[in-house]
Design a protein around this ligand. Structure first.
Ligand SMILES: *Cc1c(COP(=O)(O)O)cnc(C)c1O
Length: 559
């Protein structure tokens, strides 16, 4: 069906790993793969009778773990690398019990361990002390942290406690624990967590400080077994990642030439997950290429009889896909007002009779000026004048969109100029016509949208056999204006302009990723209408906020 193909493109169902676990059923429902079966998500949530839920799929964590292990195996073989690769899961990406259990169980064959950054995280992994693995402890140390570390060590775990300053060394000097040396990378990082590297970054030691400390605590040279760095999360630029690896290799070489006996190199996180096609979200390298870069950089450090081991400490990449937020549309409203009676403004007649896109652009500019004038005195207006303004807003948007669609259908060549030069007009065409109230809280469900401006792909759970009908802003249940979703990154891989079928908004053009001011969806009518937000498994559980006292959503676990 043609609409199904269009929806696959519009909602990114073929992008990145989505193709692996998402599909569309014959009746237009979103299907989610769980191992070798496909689950109809619309049926699932409507049968459960919930209007907001987190769908969790441990299999998706296992899948990405396997992908990482396979990638490293391949790279180890290719480079004839003689060292070992260890895997440590950083709890800060998600310390949900289900996540930890999945990683612990599924990671048995490679001994997948943990990286903790706080006493509380360390307590959370105590339940998994049974089988010895690797444990890298960073964050603030105190006596309880060291006691738990000793407990793990006595059970046969490889435990490394990071040192970052003199206080850490004082605390650790009378223990038998191996040390990790958290060193600051000076090379510039990139992305939203770029400040994780650099001389002023929050974590790690500078070499000058380290030199001072080794003078006072000479035993440090013997006890440091692990070199630990972290260049930031979601490092999408392969050049940045490669330079950080070179820098790490240099630090290792020089420390060992100063008499250190470092056995393991832990490169921290940063492996990017492909959330969406555009710029910052789009990794410039795959997990296979990452493993290849890491192994080949460490391979250079091997001596005749030994190689340093590698610790893979990615978090986001492993857990991002496993949680999907689902929320139901509770009610719908017009974005501006209803256009009921579009008389009284000659400019509206001008729109109706426009004969070219260029003419329409002139009218759009005129409307902006007219609006500025009308709003100047708005505080003194009576109801009738307010009604007129509302009508002007609603009718002009409606008529311009309709007219632009008609003109572009007749003359597709004008699209290029419209997208490049006609800002006023384009604004009209990518602005929403509706506001949907949805059962969710951006603060609770997608906090990184507010904290770092992350983008989580929305996809409707039904009607995927119909083309998108309406461009809508989504309002959440909090009484906070920040609790709304009013952006959508349109795909550029369409063959011609795509308009919504009911409100005529322009939702995609070939060769350019439009940043729409609403989400392309359908008219919910009287049916139940649900929207999913993909790839919310990393960090969102941990950063969740309780704004307006909204409690946790319902978990639906698909084993
Ligand atoms: C945050 C962090 C990670 C995980 O980073 P991702 O980008 O989620 O893979 C790994 N190691 C350390 C030390 C971290 O601080």
């Amino acid at each position: 069906m043609e609409a199904t193909g269009l929806n696959r493109v519009i909602y990114g169902l073929d992008y990145g790993y989505h193709r692996l676990f998402l599909d569309i059923s014959n009746d237009g429902h979103l299907l989610l793969r769980v191992r070798d079966r496909w689950v109809d998500l619309y049926r699932l949530v409507s049968e459960k009778g919930v209007s907001s839920a987190y769908i969790r799929v441990p299999w998706l964590i296992e899948y990405f773990m396997d992908l990482v292990v396979d990638s490293f195996r391949e790279a180890v073989e290719k480079h004839g690398f003689n060292g070992r690769v260890y895997y440590a899961y950083p709890l800060k990406a998600s310390s949900e019990k289900l996540v930890l259990e999945t990683i612990y169980k599924h990671g048995r064959s490679v001994g997948w361990g943990f990286n903790t950054g706080s006493l509380e995280e360390l307590r959370a992994v105590k339940g998994f002390i049974g089988e010895p693995r690797i444990l890298v402890i960073d964050g603030v140390k105190n006596r309880e942290v060291l006691m738990i570390a000793e407990e793990f060590r006595s059970k046969g775990w490889r435990v490394y406690v990071d040192v970052e300053d003199e206080r850490d060394l004082e605390l650790l000097k009378d223990t038998g624990l191996s040390l990790g040396l958290r060193v600051k990378l000076l090379g510039s990082s990139s992305g939203k967590w770029g400040s994780a590297a650099g001389i002023g970054s929050k974590f790690g030691l500078n070499i000058t400080v380290l030199e001072g400390l080794t003078g006072k605590y000479p035993w440090v040279r013997e006890r440091v077994k692990l070199l630990h760095v972290h260049g930031g999360s979601q490092l999408t630029d392969p050049g940045v990642m490669r330079r950080l690896l070179v820098e790490t290799a240099n630090i290792y070489r020089q420390l060992n030439s100063l008499g250190f006996k470092i056995e393991l190199i832990d490169h921290g996180g940063g492996v990017p997950y492909p959330y969406v096609w555009r710029g910052h979200g789009n990794p410039g390298y795959s997990i296979r290429e990452y493993a290849d870069m890491v192994v080949s950089s460490v391979r250079e450090l091997c001596s005749k009889d030994s190689c340093p081991g590698i610790v893979f400490e990615g978090g986001r990449f492993i857990v991002a896909a496993h949680r999907i937020v689902v929320s139901k549309v509770i009610s719908t409203r017009p974005y501006t007002a209803y256009c009921t009676d579009n008389k009284g403004f000659p400019v509206l007649d001008e729109i109706r009779s426009a004969r070219s896109i260029d003419e329409l652009r002139g009218i759009a500019r005129k409307l902006v000026e007219l609006r500025t004038r009308l709003y100047l005195n708005v505080h003194n207006y009576g109801l009738e004048q307010r009604r007129m303004i509302e009508e002007l807003e609603a009718c002009s948007r409606e008529l311009i969109a309709e007219k632009a669609r008609e003109l572009l259908n007749n003359n597709p060549d004008e699209l290029g100029d419209l997208v490049k030069y006609m800002n006023y007009l384009l604004e009209y065409l990518i602005s929403p016509s509706s506001r949907f109230l949805v059962d969710m809280s951006v603060f609770r469900d997608l906090p990184d949208k507010l904290i770092v401006g992350d983008y989580f792909q929305p996809v409707p759970l039904q009607d995927l056999d119909k083309p998108p009908e309406i461009l809508a802003v989504l309002s959440d249940k909090t009484c906070d204006t920040m609790g709304e979703i009013s952006e959508y990154i349109a795909p550029s891989s369409v063959s011609g302009p795509v308009f919504t079928s009911k409100d005529n908004r322009l939702i995609a053009v070939p060769g350019k990723e439009l940043l729409l001011k609403g989400v392309p969806l359908h008219d919910p009518g009287r049916e139940e209408y649900y929207i999913a937000f993909l790839d919310t498994g990393a960090y969102q559980d941990m950063l969740s906020m309780k704004h307006n006292l909204l409690e946790r959503s319902t978990d639906i676990i698909l084993m």
